[in-house]
Design a protein around this ligand. Sequence first.
Ligand code: NDP
Length: 446
Amino acid sequence: MAFDYEYFVIGAGSGGVRSSRIASAHGAKVAIAEEYRVGGTCVVRGCVPKKLLVIGAHFAEDLEDAERYGWKIEGKSFNWPTLRDNVLADVDRLTAAYQSTLDSHKVETILGRATLAGPNRVRVDDREVTARHILVATGARPQVPDIPGAELGITSNEIFHLESLPKRAIICGAGYIANEFAGILNELGVEVTLVVRSDTLLRGWDRSLADRLMAISTEKGIQFRFNTQPEKLEKQADGSLLMHCKGGKALETDLLLWAVGRVPNSAGLGLEELGVELADNGAIPVDAASHTALPWLHAVGDVTDRLQLTPIAIREGHALADKLFGSKEWTVDHDCVPSAVFSHPPLASVGLTEAQARNQHGNVKIFTSDFRPMKSVLAGRNERCLYKLVVDGATDRLLGAHMIGPDSPEILQALAIAVKAGLTKAQVDQTVALHPSMAEELVLMR
Ligand code: NDP
């Protein structure tokens, strides 16, 4: 059967763009459909603009610390619209770069919402086309709790576009997005309260790092309400919001940010009609090579809810295109993937936490370094870094590495190579320290 396209990709985010351009480079005729903006969550309303806000917000501390280093800065002030508009302009620059990558790889871009119209069939608006293979790479969207007044809150989609910064903000959640925006808003002078349903931040992260982030965040003025579940949100006469909580005192705020996880964008695509059984949260089940149960249908990235991380979606999309069109078979290794929370200060982690290692290996050695970086000492900032290495007691191999402190994501990326390669603690110790640096602590833990 002749198809209109060899490959039709639904969703021009990180996974879809990579997969389509690799397929095209292998010689396939490829189209990609996007209903919003080319670039997807990471570029348009995620990693990229968030990281720029993190950098922008951090100047608050740097300018404060600068005085201890002899800098007198008269009349310093912060202007939110300047930061916001510059960040959004950079997003425009990047979406244009993504579009030009698609164009130069001869991938046809179709702007519109695509749905599955039958086996090997896609409908975009009123046009129907056929494709030998179809990829769903539609990502995920912020979850909003099902409570009265929930729509009065915003999500990470809207926060990049605020007209002005609020005086007070409540952030509901305790994961990546909650801690990242707690840091950004707090640095920019907003009174931030994190509302957490349990008594712990960053579930799944190494406990000692999460505890350290909580201590530092508290010191910086971020407030926490633990074991608190929102019940209802109301707008008051003065425009502020009142958050009623189960069995507790209501909290007043000017802005509420939902940061309670992200759900796969699989609804309304026509998947169920084709017999695809979705997971309870809407994730599309796929095998290790990103194939669904239908031979012509594949899915990568957040919509499959394996690891909701950009570099993972990119690899999944790349591996799939290589397999389908390049006769090169490889699968993505989802084990030992580094990730970071860009809080103030950031956390970064790879491999097993101490608790996971104890459960899986029993005999585990833990090495830590708890220190105040040079820059903070002179600045009179009482903020300590914590680095932790988790080592297999039987083999001496590194099982995990966890860090909180300035630049920890930058440092951990290099260390992740050692953990992934299964190097031993003895090999780490053989490496001479690069002095003076924070990273040298990694080779000085005894
Ligand atoms: P996370 O999964 O990181 O955190 C969700 C938080 O919301 C948890 O604290 C969770 O609590 C809480 N929660 C869940 N449901 C409810 C509810 N009904 N009521 C109250 N609290 C609730 O989600 P995020 O939205 O922060 O981020 C989504 C994903 O996106 C991340 O997991 C990550 O994969 C990715 N991401 C990565 C970033 C990075 O790499 N730097 C940055 C941002 C996002 P509990 O722990 O009790 O379940």
